[in-house]
Design a protein around this ligand. Structure first.
Ligand code: EPU
Length: 421
């Protein structure tokens, strides 16, 4: 078994290259099922989740080639199989992104129903409702979502749920609507940059999508889609994590390729905390003052503060000069990192979907357990500043979503290594 060993206390200085976005690459890879020609994707991060999506696509008849430099070529070779089975889907919820493309292109899709996960309930009712509105029939068979249609027809669809928009439900309905007959209007669509990237890829393939990046997306169905060449956008969550790494270590980092326009809420929050983030020629630069001010913050759909940076922000606020309050509005149970941070000397109290973070003078290294991808990032950040050694177990979580994390951190002065235990 491997763990990450971090010896805290180094100030991070230098340049970090930000990789392509996992949450853009995964739906775009799934969208290749819709196309007739070859898709060439650049800037695809080398991550466990990307490798898993390639395995799922391979089983669904999509042949892929990787060149080792972030380029993946995808081409549909066999359209017989429409089943994404439990053994793979249970490992990664983003597998559900094959549902819309399979249905639109092969008229039938059988995708294992993803269960709950460590960040809470993750229903897919909005995905199913949206696809039913386009004319598909739904049945639950042996824990699989089975959807069928003779054809899909464009409709006005409201995709808002109890917690606002849904990113992958928007992706699924958007992808399916590209090959539907007539016009689809998705209202309360997710505005996340990853949805914009997906729509841009699809438009390069010949889709007719307008309004992406706003809550009202219009799709005029077309008969077929070709493949396309596309560069995946930079990962705003990886960038935000490194922004907080600079802040928590009182360091100075330049984040190459990072796009400040995707991080407005993060930049604004950090400005209130006392951390300066500015655009630079290569991306953005972060510099931090010694004193961290406490803040009140809420996670929200884009352009609000992302839930995928909530745990990392919490690690930072542990060291603020006073009490902060964090409310989780997307996944109200996404707080498994609280107990682990408290083991490192943090003082965090949970009250429903809100936590009160009482600032402490220092964190202390400890053995800790990662519960999910972003929680792992938060524990690494805490370890970077903690006194002594932190050993984080269950490193497979971090490998799902951060490319070469130790290598990138070591290059800017962190003391972190992977060890066998
Ligand atoms: N929701 C419903 N019904 C649905 C779908 C979602 O009520 O049918 C609710 C969810 O329970 C949640 C809210 O809507 O309260 C938003 O969830 P969303 O559907 O947007 O999440 P997702 O599409 O499953 C994506 C990212 C997550 C990220 C969330 C929120 C991908 C592959 N995953 O998930 O990323 O946290 O959006 O921004 O894009 C991660 O990368 O670590 C990660 C978990």
């Amino acid at each position: 078994m491997q763990c990450l060993e971090i010896i805290g206390g180094s100030r991070l200085r230098g340049t970090v290259p930000i990789s392509g976005a996992k949450n853009a690459a995964l739906p775009i890879m799934a969208a290749s099922i819709l196309t007739d020609g070859e898709t060439v994707l650049h800037n695809v991060p080398d991550l466990a989740d990307v490798r898993l999506m390639l395995t799922i696509l391979e089983r669904l008849g999509v042949k892929s080639e990787r060149d080792g430099n972030g380029t993946i070529r995808l081409r549909v070779e066999d359209e017989m199989n429409v089943h994404a089975a439990y053994d793979l889907v249970s490992k990664m919820r983003a597998s559900v992104c094959v549902l819309g493309p399979l249905l639109a292109r092969r008229k039938r899709a059988q995708v294992s129903m993803p269960g709950g996960c460590s960040i809470g309930d993750r229903p897919i009712g909005l995905h199913i409702d949206g696809l039913e509105a386009l004319g598909a029939e739904y049945e639950l068979v042996n824990g699989d979502v089975l959807m069928r249609c003779k054809k899909l027809t464009g409709r006005d669809i409201f995709l808002g749920g109890p917690f606002g928009s849904s990113v992958t439900a928007t992706a699924n309905v958007l992808m399916a609507a590209t090959l539907a007959e007539g016009r689809t209007l998705i209202e309360s669509a997710a505005c996340e940059p990853e949805i914009v990237d997906l729509a841009e890829y699809l438009n390069k393939c010949g889709a007719q999508i307008k309004g992406h990046g706003t809550p009202a997306i219009t799709i005029d169905g077309v008969d077929k889609l070709t493949g396309a060449e596309h560069r995946v956008l930079p990962d705003r969550i990886e960038a935000g994590t490194f922004v907080i790494a600079a802040a928590i270590t009182n360091g100075d980092l330049e984040l190459e390729h990072a796009r400040i326009e995707h991080l407005r809420a993060v930049v604004e929050l950090l400005r209130r905390v006392g951390v300066i983030v500015e655009r630079s020629e290569k991306g953005l630069v972060v510099s931090s003052s010694r004193r961290l001010e406490p803040v009140t913050m809420t996670t929200q759909p884009f352009p609000g503060f992302p839930t995928d940076l909530q745990a990392q922000a919490m690690a930072l606020l542990c060291l603020a000069d006073g009490n902060s309050m964090i409310t989780e509005k997307i996944f109200p149970d996404r707080f498994l990192h609280v107990a682990e941070l408290n083991r490192m000397g943090a003082r965090i109290r949970k009250e429903g979907p809100t936590v009160i973070v009482e600032g402490v003078k220092k964190l202390i290294g400890a053995p800790v357990m990662a519960s999910d991808l972003r929680a792992s990032a938060a524990l690494i950040l805490a370890g970077l500043v903690a006194k002594g050694t932190t050993r984080m177990q269950r490193v497979y979580h971090i490998d799902r979503g951060y490319e070469r994390i130790e290598e990138k951190l070591v290059a800017v002065g962190a003391n972190i290594r992977r060890v066998d235990v």
